[in-house]
Design a protein around this ligand. Structure first.
Ligand SMILES: [Fe+2]
Length: 294
């Protein structure tokens, strides 16, 4: 196969052509995509007009697939999508735009904050693969930042500091920051806090990256006030314009990002007027990565 690569940003993100999303992926395509992801961290595969099953089958070539149990459990385990597909849409079971007071709207507001998908799980998410089925005509970009370049740009003193830091990630913390206030005790217990190193080395690229995001509630060994100040300082550092790529969606785009070395956020659009049907498969690492913690 002849694959094409077009860089989308000076330091990361690329569009890859000639690599169709299929249910049976050739080994050379798997290797090419793994290498492209190690280099670029965000890869866009354009014009992939695929169905749910093809998206689900494609994902399994890149790691164990994550079952998005948390999101569906809020709504009586109802989802219109098959297992392994996470619904990142503003439409309901009937495919129509959700009413203004639907709880999923309140939950999804948290996506406007910078985050790494599912960092609240004990085993980090490797890649997210988000497919645009129906996209608004304008707005609704997804913004990404390169946490490897952000790490590289830290001072030596700050590198030494973050290399030894561990963060507490709490799923509901990110949602509450987004304004969601309907968390039950049972839901809190279903998603207990987890710990992750703040700096980690990502397999294949062997580059060190910061690992942060909206679920980070505190840094181990620091007061809440100290934690909040440092998290804010690091987040502001990581999301400077030179580290950010903003993706405008075309229907059929499959955008893949490495959650271990990027953060992303949604941007607003008129979501009572336009449908945005986005479906995500997610693959996980095999085990927590504590190698970076000194
Ligand atoms: Fe996300």
């Amino acid at each position: 196969m002849a694959f094409g690569v077009e860089e989308l940003h000076p330091i990361f993100a690329a569009r890859v052509t000639g690599l169709p999303v299929t249910a049976d992926v050739e080994p050379d395509a798997v290797e090419f995509l793994e290498d492209a992801m190690a280099k670029y961290a965000v890869v866009v595969l354009p014009a992939q007009f695929i169905d749910d099953q093809t998206q689900v089958e494609f994902a399994k070539f890149f790691g164990p697939r994550e079952t998005p149990a948390v999101a569906t459990s809020l709504f009586g385990n109802k989802t219109r999508l098959p297992k392994y597909l996470f619904d990142a849409s503003n439409v309901g079971m009937d495919g129509e735009i959700l009413p203004a007071d639907h709880p999923r709207r309140a939950i999804r507001k948290g996506d406007l904050n910078w985050h790494s998908d599912a960092s609240f799980n004990p085993v980090p998410t490797k890649w997210s693969m988000l497919h645009g089925r129906i996209v608004p005509p304008h707005g609704a970009n997804t913004e990404f930042c390169d946490m490897r370049a952000a790490y590289d740009a830290l001072s030596l003193a700050m590198k030494a500091k973050v290399d030894r830091m561990v963060a507490l990630h709490v799923w509901w913390h990110s949602r509450e920051k987004g304004g969601f206030d309907q968390v039950t005790e049972a839901q809190r217990q279903a998603n207990p806090p987890v710990y992750h190193p703040v700096a980690r080395t990502v397999a294949r690229s062997n580059r060190k990256a910061l690992y942060l995001g909206a679920p980070v509630k505190s840094i181990v060994g620091m007061s809440d006030a100290e934690s909040a100040e440092l998290i804010e300082e690091l987040t502001a550092h990581c999301t400077q314009a030179q580290f950010v790529y903003s993706h405008f969606w075309h229907a059929g785009d499959l955008v893949i990002w490495d959650n271990r070395c990027t953060m992303h956020r949604a941007t607003p659009f008129d979501d009572m007027l336009y449908k945005r049907d986005m479906r995500r498969t997610t693959v996980v690492e095999y085990a927590p990565n504590w190698a970076a913690v000194g």
